[in-house]
Design a protein around this ligand. Structure first.
Ligand SMILES: CC(C)(COP(=O)(O)OP(=O)(O)OC[C@H]1O[C@@H](n2cnc3c(N)ncnc32)[C@H](O)[C@@H]1OP(=O)(O)O)[C@@H](O)C(=O)NCCC(=O)NCCS
Length: 162
């Protein structure tokens, strides 16, 4: 069954908030020195067979599109690929030249996924998750694959110009 991606509307917002609470421990995400609320972000939704199966949230600011979250409810079915492609289209339409995102040292599946799609590791912030945990104690000490969660990685993809 094909995945369809569409911009989020008002009817999707409650679902998005619930997704963030379940996947990211709350309705806010720490991004550098900012705290972003899911309601304040642009979003695209993945649909399959009439049901929501994933979502991505992002923010376009001048030449940069910040990808804030990307979640596929079921992995390895093409949902993440479809969502990321839709964010890149929206970024280009908004006049952005690149997409940037922050992920964490435990997210090996995401690191593989992004690098396969042209993203490069631009920076590693040693201990950034430990620092964020002081402000947001819900951030766990151990992440995916039982890996101790300490550091942030900044990934960047330059968008091809048409
Ligand atoms: C990272 C994440 C978004 C990837 O999404 P996904 O839906 O699993 O990604 P896709 O299914 O599009 O692609 C993953 C792989 O599955 C493959 N795949 C897709 N459909 C497939 C199918 N029907 N059968 C077999 N493999 C398939 C893809 O080809 C891809 O492999 P490749 O990279 O070698 O091309 C997802 O794992 C996720 O939500 N993780 C948890 C949250 C997270 O870490 N988010 C990112 C934080 S910044």
């Amino acid at each position: 069954m094909d995945v369809r991606v569409a911009a989020a509307g008002a009817a999707d917002r409650a679902w998005l908030r619930a997704l963030w609470r379940a996947a990211w421990g709350g309705e806010r995400m720490e991004a550098g020195d900012r705290s972003l609320h899911v309601d304040d972000l642009a979003a695209v939704m993945a649909w399959r067979a009439g049901a929501r199966v994933g979502a991505a949230t992002f923010l376009t600011e001048g030449p940069v599109c910040e990808l804030v979250s990307l979640d596929a409810l079921t992995p390895r079915q093409g949902i993440g690929t479809a969502l990321l492609a839709a964010v890149e289209v929206a970024a280009r339409e908004a006049g952005c030249r690149r997409v940037e995102l922050t992920t964490t040292n435990d997210k090996l599946d995401a690191l593989r996924f992004y690098q396969r799609r042209g993203y490069r590791i631009a920076a590693v912030s040693f201990g950034a998750v430990d620092a964020a945990r002081i402000r947001k104690p819900a951030i766990p000490a151990v992440g995916e694959y039982g890996i101790a969660l300490h550091d942030e990685l900044r990934l960047v993809k330059e968008l091809a110009t048409a």
